[in-house]
Design a protein around this ligand. Structure first.
Ligand SMILES: O=C(O)CCC(=O)C(=O)O
Length: 309
C-alpha cells in the first residue's frame, strides 16, 4: 500500500519546565514544517520529508531531564481517528475471554470486580492500519531519529492504553529499559545512550486524578537502576526503590489531547489509577536503534523498520 500525504503543519515543541510539580504549557518554540510522507508496507516504511527538527537545546533537555513534550503535535481530527481505532480495539476485546493475539494485535486482559479490564493492547497497529500510519508519521520518527542518531528506526511498540475510570490499571515506577533489555543476548546499547525512545500521544485530557504520567527529572542520567522485576499492575505490588529515587521529586504531567511526550529508556516514570470520571487513553509508539533489539515482540508486523530520509 502506498499513501502520499503532503501538508503544512504547525508544531509546537516545548522544552520541559522544571519548577513546581505540575507541568503544563509554557513558552513554545514554533516550528513550521512542510510534510510529505510516503508509506510503503508494514515491514518497511520510507518517509521522505523536509524539516521537523529538534533543536540542540531540546536534544540536550531530553538527555538531561529525561523527556520533552510536544504540545498539540496531533490535531483534533487525528486524535478522533485514533480514538476510533481504540473503540474498535475495545469491540474486539469485548468478544474475547483471554489474553492473546486477535486480528494481528496482542490483547492483555485482566479483571477487576469481576469485570474484564484491558490492561494494554500490544502492537495495536496490527489490527488498526491507521495506528501504523501514525507510528510512521514524521512528527514522531524524525525527532526519534535525531535522538537515536540514526535514520533507520526499529519500531518495537504500537501500544494502546485505555485506563477506564477505576479499572485498576497502573504502571508502577519503572524504566523502560527493564522491558527492552530482558537479560543476556536480548539487547545491545548500540548508540551508548540507551538506544530507545518512547513516544506517548495523549488522547484524553491528562489531569491529576486521571492517572497521569509521573516522571523523575534527571533520572535519565542514572543508567539502569533496580526497581525490581514486578507485575506492576498487581495490587499487592510494592516497588523496589533504588537509592536515587525520592517520591518528592516526581513531576506530574498535565496534558491535552494531541500533546505528545518523548522519553528515554532510563527515565523513571509511573502512572497510577484513574480515579476520574473519564478515560485516560494514550497511544504509545516506541523506536529502537537498529541492531539493539534481539527479541520478538507479539503482533503481526511488529518490529518493522522505518527509514527517515
Ligand atoms: O499509560 C501509561 O500511563 C503508562 C506508560 C508507561 O509507563 C510506559 O509506557 O512505559
Amino acid at each position: 500500500m502506498t499513501i502520499a500525504v503532503a501538508q503544512m503543519l504547525h508544531i509546537f515543541f516545548q522544552p520541559v519546565k522544571r519548577s513546581g510539580t505540575n507541568h503544563d504549557c509554557g513558552s513554545f518554540l514554533h516550528i513550521t514544517i512542510d510534510r510529505n510522507t510516503e508509506l510503503m508496507d508494514n515491514t518497511r516504511v520510507t518517509t521522505a520529508l523536509s524539516e521537523l527538527r529538534l533543536s540542540a537545546q531540546q536534544i540536550d533537555e531530553f538527555f538531561a531531564t529525561g523527556w520533552i513534550t510536544a504540545k498539540a503535535l496531533f490535531n483534533a481530527d487525528e486524535v478522533a481517528k485514533i480514538r476510533s481505532c481504540f473503540d474498535d480495539l475495545e469491540q474486539i476485546a469485548a468478544d474475547i475471554e483471554e489474553t492473546g493475539l486477535q486480528h494481528g494485535s496482542h490483547f492483555v486482559l485482566g479483571e477487576k470486580d469481576r469485570q474484564k479490564v484491558i490492561k494494554r493492547v500490544v502492537w495495536a497497529g496490527g489490527s488498526q492500519p491507521y495506528l501504523l500510519q501514525i507510528g510512521a508519521d514524521r512528527r514522531l520518527t524524525l525527532p526519534c531519529s535525531q535522538l537515536l542518531g540514526s535514520d533507520v528506526l526499529e519500531q518495537l511498540l504500537s501500544q494502546a492504553h485505555f485506563k477506564r475510570p477505576n479499572d485498576g490499571v497502573i504502571f508502577g515506577w519503572h524504566q523502560d529499559i527493564q522491558h527492552r533489555d530482558k537479560g543476556p543476548g536480548t539487547w545491545d546499547d548500540i548508540n551508548g545512550r540507551g538506544s530507545f525512545v518512547q513516544t506517548l500521544i495523549v488522547l484524553d485530557e491528562m489531569t491529576a486524578d486521571s492517572g497521569p504520567l509521573l516522571f523523575i527529572p534527571g533520572s535519565s542520567q542514572w543508567g539502569r537502576v533496580d526497581f525490581g522485576a514486578h507485575e506492576y499492575d498487581d495490587p499487592d505490588y510494592t516497588p523496589r526503590k533504588p537509592p536515587q529515587f525520592h517520591d518528592k521529586d516526581a513531576v506530574t504531567i498535565a496534558a491535552q489531547p494531541g500533546d505528545t511526550l518523548f522519553f528515554g529508556p532510563y527515565t523513571a516514570h509511573a502512572s497510577f489509577e484513574n480515579t476520574s470520571q473519564h478515560y485516560r487513553r494514550v497511544l504509545i509508539n516506541g523506536y529502537a536503534s537498529p541492531g539493539a533489539n534481539h527479541r520478538v515482540y507479539p503482533g503481526e508486523g511488529s518490529c518493522r523498520e522505518i527509514v527517515v530520509d
